[in-house]
Design a protein around this ligand. Structure first.
Ligand code: HEC
Length: 208
């Protein structure tokens, strides 16, 4: 009995410690707002929707991208439900256009207003995709041979589309932009990016 009590005491302590750690880690929403506003003092008024965090951003900021499981599940469910799929059910576009948009970081910056050309996906800023391109960021994993490693399976093609459309559907507080959900890329552009990852003849899979 004593042992049991000691055990439950320890369990209780760890629950309290976890709750305390979480509370300590939580970020004051007012601080988040102040930081965002201070970073964009000269933002045009039509940027307001971009600077106002939606429910997902709010929950991720408040928990420093470490929501509890229940919150993470709810975020993923909500973001998944917001994915729009291509009307014809075909996820694969043109990999050459996909490579061009992966290279292209144009769009949605102060200096891109008013927009003069199509917005890009800037994938290379965070991912290695081809061997030929030596300038790439490493915030995200290397996507070299992405399709080949997944045997070009239809389920993997769909998952790639969903990841690019809405990265938070698979990982609640991903650092990858929600390209479709936030209207950075169109459905056709997302299909082109999927083609880059999932076509056997693209440089991603030919290891070029
Ligand atoms: C700001 C950085 C950033 C940009 C830009 C970005 N990504 Fe990502 N991406 C990430 C991070 C970080 C991960 C890993 C965490 C995750 O899965 O969300 C990731 C994961 C992925 C994955 C899943 C990888 C896996 O292991 O299955 C795919 C596919 C992907 N990105 C494709 C793209 C494509 C295509 C683009 C361009 C349209 C792009 N990403 C742009 C940061 C980025």
């Amino acid at each position: 009995m004593k042992k049991l009590l000691a055990l439950s005491g320890a369990a209780l302590l760890s629950v309290v410690a976890a709750a305390y750690a979480q509370q300590k880690a939580a970020v004051d929403p007012a601080k988040v707002d102040a930081t965002v506003n201070a970073a964009f003092p000269a933002a045009p008024s039509d940027w307001a929707p971009r600077l106002t965090p939606d429910e997902t951003m709010r929950q991720c900021s408040q928990t420093r991208n470490k929501p509890d499981k229940k919150t993470a599940d709810a975020i993923e469910k909500r973001e998944k439900a917001a994915i729009e799929y291509p009307a014809d059910g075909n996820f694969i576009g043109d990999w050459k256009k996909g490579e061009a948009l992966a290279q292209n970081g144009y769009g949605l910056r102060f200096s891109d207003y008013p927009p003069r050309r199509t917005t890009g996906g800037n994938c290379y800023a965070c991912h290695q995709l081809t061997k030929k391109e030596v300038s790439y960021g490493t915030l995200g994993p290397s996507l070299l041979e992405y399709g080949k490693l997944r045997d070009y399976k239809p389920a993997a093609v769909k998952a790639a589309y969903e990841k690019i459309y809405n990265s938070h559907a698979a990982l609640a507080c991903s650092n990858m932009p929600r390209f479709g959900a936030n209207k950075i890329l169109t459905i056709d552009q997302i299909k082109d990016a999927v083609a880059l990852l999932m076509s056997p003849d693209s440089p991603v899979n030919k290891g070029q």
